[in-house]
Design a protein around this ligand. Sequence first.
Ligand SMILES: Cc1cc2nc3c(=O)[nH]c(=O)nc-3n(C[C@H](O)[C@H](O)[C@H](O)COP(=O)(O)OP(=O)(O)OC[C@H]3O[C@@H](n4cnc5c(N)ncnc54)[C@H](O)[C@@H]3O)c2cc1C
Length: 482
Amino acid sequence: MTDSTLVWFRNDLRLIDNPALIEASASKNPVNFIYIFDDTGKHSRPLGGAQKWWLHHSLSRLVEDISKRGGRLDLYHGDPEAIIPEIISDLRPTKMVWNRRYHPSDIACDSAIKANLEAGGVSVKTFNGTLIREPWTLTSKSGGAFKVFTPFWRAARENYPIPTPLPAPDRFIPALKPASKHSVSLEELALLPQNPNWAVEMGEAWVPGEVGAAATLNTFIEQGFAGYSENRNRPDMPSTSRLSPYLRFGEISINHVWQASDMAVQSGRTRASSEDLRVFQAELGWREFSYYLLYHQPDIAKFNVQRRFDAFPWQNDPSLLKAWQKGQTGYPIIDAGMRELWQTGFMHNRVRMIVASFLIKHLRIDWREGETWFWDTLLDADPASNPASWQWVAGSGADAAPFFRIFNPMLQGEKFDPNGEYVRHYVPEIARLSSKYIHTPWAASAVELASAGIKLGQTYPRPIVDHEAARNSALAAFKALT
Ligand SMILES: Cc1cc2nc3c(=O)[nH]c(=O)nc-3n(C[C@H](O)[C@H](O)[C@H](O)COP(=O)(O)OP(=O)(O)OC[C@H]3O[C@@H](n4cnc5c(N)ncnc54)[C@H](O)[C@@H]3O)c2cc1C
């Protein structure tokens, strides 16, 4: 039997700095590549609609990139535990490689597959292709799991040298066998939205895949990085990297982003300061911390990390929830954010915090409703960062913002979108309002509203809740809890 290797792609849809791939191509044996789209819900959380759109395009590019190098990526659909034995019996590889995952149910799935393969004489090698530090390598001084970000991040960075990303292999030795009879075409995965195709604007805003990731990193380093520590809070400026969907699907590695940001500052390629670098890399640290939390608290999307929040009196109000989802709350910064999300599959981080706070505290709707909506609509919806961030805003998470910190949507808008440009872009029906009232249309005079073409309650909603009253009842509900 000829030695051959099977590479299983998962959250690492790239050729550059992909340790499993490097291992496979270094052996000079023929290589088969597979991707399994698992929407069974048995292991990983099934992807939301926006992510499926992204995955379609990312896989399409990966198929092309592998084929240009002489290889072939075969696609499958279903439960990996059931499919892999079939692929193995068709392709008969002698070795299988993959980069590791971190949700305990994924780990259990991978461990069962590994044990099966090894029992059948197939050797298995797995790698870290996703994180700076894998969760099980870090414990606090007392030997337990970290619960607070700062000491976690200090420990994670210890002895982390500036990494050198591994180059993409030039050529692959083509697989000798045709695809397994169980493989499917990209179209058969049916990942794209049909009737209606709500992803048109996503296609204009994003280029999924490795080439898009590299271009996005480059643009950030040249245009957004200088001043990042201050400007990253400004949704009206192109000041953050927009790398999150690429990192989520592993189309660029964390080592690559880390090294590029470090080198850009060291070499003077950017005017970014060492503070910009520190703050940017700390954001990458929050991604690490989220994965650490996911590993230690696999049910983070389902249960409050702080169980006292189980008794919180959430409101069940579908019409308020719908107004929030559709960007029809009457609070311009909230509506702009929710519409940015719907149209582009992305929302600026500062605005994510404001809209999440509004849902949880002003509307007193369970954070899980918001998390689920984000899961379906965000291109970067991440099984770790999404629930961890929602619990952070709710105050129920690890090292979370206190519940009583309730964002004032008017002040947040005035501070971080001072001229209202972000609001004007996503809420065009109030675009002609002066900057003075762009975050508070209800405070404008009848004359001012009329000259901006606004009929409050008709062309744009009045606020669905009164800020002060909503704030007070949220605080009262929280007080009753403590
Ligand atoms: C309610 C809520 C939900 C969120 N859901 C997600 C999610 O599903 N997926 C996701 O990747 N991020 C999520 N975030 C974190 C953050 O908003 C996004 O990572 C960020 O907006 C992505 O934009 P960027 O790539 O331009 O970020 P940059 O500012 O350029 O940051 C660089 C990278 O660091 C990581 N990062 C930055 N901030 C955070 C953070 N607070 N937590 C974890 N990682 C971070 C991301 O990978 C990001 O691409 C959420 C935040 C909130 C408040």
